[in-house]
Design a protein around this ligand. Structure first.
Ligand SMILES: Cc1cc2nc3c(=O)[nH]c(=O)nc-3n(C[C@H](O)[C@H](O)[C@H](O)COP(=O)(O)OP(=O)(O)OC[C@H]3O[C@@H](n4cnc5c(N)ncnc54)[C@H](O)[C@@H]3O)c2cc1C
Length: 396
């Protein structure tokens, strides 16, 4: 059988997870990354059971156990007096129910774990995609280093500003009106946040703050949103001003203000997403991760969905000859689109729900939160097994 040639643009979480998943099917692929050096920056990322079960199957069970932290709960609190609005149990309760843990992990640890699954000679650095073209027989990656790579399939894993996406749709990222400050604080500076490993969120008018331990408990990662019309920078390395952040959170609960005061430096990132689209592929080009469905981080699912996409696309391609590509891509899209569209929309809705001004709507939200603390409402999200979904959805 002729071997399918697969070229991936972008060595982020989506691109590396896909390359790792595709290797399990025996199909080779090459990943082209714009950065000269693979160095994930940023802070923490929450990885829910819907992705950890897949990462375990890719071979990362032991590695994640070493670098990640398994929080005991997610707690949502009021911004000023810290009143507990909701406690969702995680830890062993989550593990028993979903058969996989909920983890919080430094992005660099997740990224390097995925990278360890891909042979180094399959990842090409300093290779920025400038355009994708295709004919009926082949697709081409045009790279900034002057080379052109021909493949049977091009997978765009090149993030929210995806060049590959231009093959599918002519749209642009949408600014949410929010920016987020992100930072890492040594654990010994904030012991009051670490009485048990937890994801903690404080909701207040127009903004919210989230924090959790990462790096096997050595650091606390936090994200604090601030409404912003003037800040459009979108880079993990964009610098923020700790004093401005502290001013924006003046009057918040002391756990929040002390956390911010403990940060030496913060990054600042303008939050964008895009509207959902009704197809993920055109001819020999398809999309995964943020290139396919960039979402606001208010459900902590973007990276999780990237891992789900990666595994589902790899399964759909397994055993497929180049001639069967169209059917495989339609199957991938049919499995993924309803779920990622729902999560993209929910993430936008959460932006409003998290940031209600004190008043009647906020009180209704708090009463609803206090009366629904269990894991039941997460069943559709955390209980989903993306790999199993491929067996219940036949080929096109
Ligand atoms: C503040 C914040 C908090 C978040 N928290 C969470 C969370 O807790 N849980 C969660 O699941 N998700 C979270 N997310 C979302 C998550 O970070 C993204 O969904 C995830 O990183 C998407 O991975 P990706 O590989 O698709 O894209 P990216 O991470 O953007 O990676 C794209 C890769 O492609 C490369 N690239 C880009 N353009 C080109 C090009 N032209 N040519 C070649 N290479 C290119 C980039 O250098 C990069 O390596 C958060 C996002 C933000 C902004």
């Amino acid at each position: 059988m002729p071997q399918m040639r697969v070229a991936v643009a972008g060595a982020g979480i989506a691109g590396l997870a896909f390359a790792a998943a595709l290797r399990r099917t025996g199909i080779d692929c090459h990943v082209y990354e714009q950065a000269d050096e693979l160095m994930e920056v940023g802070a923490g990322v929450q990885v829910a059971p819907n992705a950890t079960r897949l990462l375990h199957r890719l071979g990362l069970r032991d590695r994640l156990r070493t670098v990640a932290v398994a929080p005991q709960a997610i707690e949502m609190r009021r911004w000023d007096d810290g009143t507990l609005l909701q406690r969702t149990p995680l830890g062993s309760v989550c593990g028993r129910r979903f058969g996989a843990p909920y983890y919080v992990v430094h992005r660099a640890d997740l990224h390097s774990s995925l990278l360890s699954l891909v042979p180094p000679d399959r990842v090409h650095l300093g290779a920025r995609l400038t355009a994708v073209t295709q004919t009926a027989d082949e697709a081409y990656l045009h790279l900034s280093n002057g080379t052109t790579v021909a493949a049977d399939l091009v997978v765009g894993a090149d993030g929210i500003h995806s060049v590959a996406r231009e093959q599918i749709v002519a749209d642009r990222p949408r600014f949410s009106g929010q920016s987020i400050y992100r930072g890492l604080v040594p654990a010994e500076r904030v012991p009051f946040l670490l009485t048990e490993p937890r994801v903690q969120l404080w909701f207040g008018p127009d903004q919210h703050c989230v924090c959790y331990p990462v790096s096997a408990g050595r650091q606390v990662s936090f994200g604090a949103t601030v409404p912003a019309t003037d800040w459009r920078q979108e880079s993990w390395s964009g610098r923020g001003d700790v004093t401005q952040l502290a001013a924006a959170y003046a009057g918040w609960h002391p756990d929040v203000t002390r956390l911010i005061a403990a940060a030496d430096r913060v990054g600042r990132w303008a939050l964008h997403d895009r509207d959902s689209i009704d197809r993920l592929s055109a001819g020999r080009v398809t999309l995964i991760g943020d290139a396919a469905h960039p979402m606001l981080p208010f459900q902590a699912q973007g990276a999780n969905q990237a891992v789900e996409d990666a595994v589902v696309l790899a399964v759909c391609l397994a055993g497929v000859e180049p001639a069967g590509l169209g059917a495989a891509l339609r199957r991938y899209e049919r499995i993924r689109l309803p779920r990622t569209t729902r999560i993209q929309r929910q993430s936008r809705a959460n932006a409003e729900m998290f940031h209600l001004a004190d008043g009647a709507d906020q009180r209704r939200r708090d009463v609803a939160a206090q009366s629904s603390s269990g894991l039941d409402r997460h069943e559709w999200l955390f209980g989903y097994d993306a790999e199993k979904a491929t067996t219940t959805s036949g080929s096109a």
